[in-house]
Design a protein around this ligand. Structure first.
Ligand code: SF4
Ligand code: SF4
Length: 475
C-alpha cells in the first residue's frame, strides 16, 4: 500500500507530466448533503425500528430472566418463550437459511434494499452523519471548515462531534455485550467498575468498530469490504427494481431558467444541478447508469424530485424502476407484473416452505431430550436372584423453565424390568445424568444383544420420548 508521502509525490509527478496516469486513486472524502423525501423518511423509519429493537431488546424481561439472552457459558439461548440448547443447532441453521433466502428474494425483487435501509453500516452511518450535521452543519459548512485553518470553533465542534460519536459507539458495544451477559448485571458491574476482561474487550471492540466504520470508513466499507456488493449483480436481472436515471427523458442535460421551455432549447429534463451526486453517500453519479457502488438508498431520487418540483416538471427523472421498464416505457402495473417473475415466485415458495417447516418443528419440539449411553464399565452381569443386569446412563435435559418430574419404563424383551427408581426430577433448563439398572430373568433370552426401548414421560402432560438401546445377554 503506498504511503501518503508516496501518493503525494506520485500526484505531483502526474500533475507535472500530463502523459502519466496514476494507478492509485487517492481517497476523496465524501460530504453527503442532507436530503428530505419519501425514501429518506423510509430510511429514518428503519433507523428507528432497527435501533429500538437493538437497544431495547436486552432490557426486556421475560419472567425471571432477560427475554433475549445468548448465555454462551451455560450453553443456553433464551429467545422469549424458547430455550435452545447446543442440540438445537438445527434452528440456528434454519435461521441462517431463512436470512439467506430472504436476501436473495429481496435482491431479486428490489436490488440492494437491505444495503440502503437496514444494513447496520447504513444505519450507523446515517446516525453518525446526523450527529456530524448537528455539530458541524450541512455539506458546504463542513467542507469549508475542513479546508479552513485551525480555530477554536473548529476544535470545539469537531471535539464535540467525536465525543458524541464515542458515546454512541460505546453504548452500542455495551448493548451488544448485553445480549451475552444479563444487561442489568453488566450495568451494575460497569457502575462499580468491575466488568470482566472479556466484557471490556468486546464492548471496546464492537464500539471501536462502530466508531471507525460509521465515522470514518463509511462508503469504503460498502465499496471495498462488503462481499455482498460484489456478488449482488448475480442476483439482478433486467426486471429487478433499482434506482435508475431516465436517460431518454433527462438528456441532453443542461442548466436553464425555470421559465425556459426545454424543447426550444433542445434540452432534456435534467438541469445538471449535480444535487443527485452531492446527496449520494457513496459519491457516485446515478446518471452514469447502474454502478456496483450504488446501495439503492434513493437519496438521489428524493433530491431530484425536489428539483423537478421547483422546475415544474414531472417527478421521477430518478426513480425506482427496472431496466426493462425504462427502456420500454412500462407503466406501474406492468412493472409489477414483471417483478413477479418465475425466479421470484420460486424464491418465495422455498422461503415459505422453510419458514413453515421451522415453525412446525418449533411447535412440535419436545420440552425435554433424552440420550441413552451404555455404561462401558459394566456391560452385563449376573446379580442376586439369578437375573442378568445391564447398566445404562440416561441424560435427561429439561428444556422448560420449570422443574419437572419424569417417569421411565423399559420394554422390548419378555420379563425386562427396571431395578432402579422409575421416577426422577430435573431442575428447570438443566440436564441430569441418571444411572439406570435394567434386569432380565436368566435364560429369558438367547445370548447376544437384543434391541430394547426406554420410554420417558413427563408428569402432568402426555409428552413422552422413546430412545432405543440394546440389552446384552452374556454366554
Ligand atoms: S438531481 Fe436530477 S436534475 Fe439535478 S443533476 Fe441530478 S438528475 Fe439532473
Ligand atoms: S446513486 Fe442514488 S441510490 Fe445509489 S447510493 Fe447514490 S444516492 Fe443512493
Amino acid at each position: 500500500m503506498p504511503s501518503a508521502a508516496d501518493t503525494a509525490a506520485d500526484q505531483k509527478a502526474i500533475a507535472a507530466d500530463p502523459a502519466m496516469v496514476s494507478l492509485y486513486e487517492a481517497h476523496q472524502k465524501i460530504y453527503p448533503r442532507s436530503v428530505s423525501g419519501l425514501f429518506s423518511h423510509w430510511r429514518w423509519a428503519f433507523v428507528w425500528l432497527t435501533q429500538l429493537v437493538f437497544y431495547g431488546l436486552p432490557w426486556l424481561d421475560w419472567g425471571q430472566r432477560q427475554a433475549v439472552l445468548f448465555d454462551l457459558g451455560a450453553r443456553r439461548f433464551y429467545i422469549f418463550n424458547l430455550v435452545l440448547y447446543p442440540q438445537d443447532f438445527i434452528y440456528l441453521t434454519g435461521i441462517l437459511v431463512i436470512s439467506a433466502l430472504s436476501l436473495f428474494l429481496f435482491t431479486a425483487v428490489a436490488g440492494r434494499l437491505w444495503c440502503g435501509y437496514a444494513c447496520p453500516q447504513t444505519v450507523y452511518t446515517e446516525i453518525f452523519l446526523w450527529i456530524e450535521k448537528k455539530f458541524e452543519g450541512d455539506r458546504s459548512a463542513r467542507m469549508r471548515r475542513d479546508n479552513g485553518p485551525f480555530s477554536l470553533d473548529k476544535f470545539v465542534r469537531k471535539g464535540g462531534k467525536h465525543l458524541a460519536w464515542l458515546a454512541v459507539a460505546l453504548w452500542t458495544g455495551f448493548t451488544f455485550v448485553g445480549y451475552f451477559t444479563p444487561i442489568t448485571q453488566l450495568g451494575s458491574e460497569l457502575i462499580q467498575l468491575r466488568m470482566g476482561s472479556w466484557e471490556v474487550f468486546w464492548t471496546g471492540f464492537y464500539g471501536f468498530a462502530t466508531y471507525g466504520n460509521a465515522g470514518f470508513m463509511r462508503e469504503q466499507v460498502c465499496k471495498h469490504m462488503c462481499p455482498y456488493a460484489r456478488f449482488q449483480s448475480a442476483m439482478f436481472d433486467h426486471d429487478t427494481l433499482i434506482v435508475t436515471y431516465d436517460q431518454q427523458r433527462g438528456e441532453p442535460r443542461g442548466a436553464r431558467s425555470r421559465k425556459a421551455d426545454p424543447t426550444q432549447l433542445n434540452l432534456g429534463a435534467c438541469v445538471d444541478c449535480t444535487l443527485c451526486v452531492q446527496v449520494c453517500p457513496t459519491g457516485i453519479d446515478i446518471r452514469n447508469g447502474l454502478q456496483y457502488e450504488c446501495i439503492g438508498c434513493g437519496a438521489c431520487a428524493d433530491v431530484c424530485n425536489t428539483v423537478m418540483d421547483k422546475m415544474g416538471y414531472a417527478r421521477g427523472l430518478v426513480k425506482y424502476s427496472t431496466q426493462n421498464a425504462v427502456q420500454q416505457n412500462w407503466s406501474g402495473p406492468e412493472i409489477l407484473r414483471h417483478v413477479l417473475r418465475p425466479r421470484v415466485l420460486l424464491y418465495s415458495a422455498i422461503l415459505l416452505a422453510v419458514v413453515v417447516a421451522m415453525l412446525v418443528s418449533l411447535v412440535l419440539r419436545s420440552p425435554f431430550k433424552v440420550d441413552v449411553v451404555r455404561d462401558r464399565g459394566t456391560l452385563a452381569r449376573i446379580v442376586s436372584g439369578g437375573n442378568i443386569e445391564n447398566v445404562f446412563r440416561l441424560q435427561v435435559m429439561n428444556a422448560t423453565e420449570s422443574d419437572q418430574v419424569y417417569r421411565m419404563s423399559v420394554s422390548g424383551l419378555e420379563g425386562l424390568a427396571l431395578a432402579s427408581d422409575a421416577q426422577f426430577n430435573v431442575d428447570s433448563t438443566q440436564s441430569r445424568w441418571i444411572a439406570v439398572r435394567v434386569q432380565l430373568p436368566y435364560e429369558a433370552a438367547r445370548p447376544g444383544s437384543h434391541p430394547i426401548q426406554f420410554e420417558i414421560m413427563q408428569q402432568g402432560n402426555d409428552k413422552h420420548v422413546s430412545e432405543k438401546s440394546v440389552f446384552l445377554v452374556p454366554r
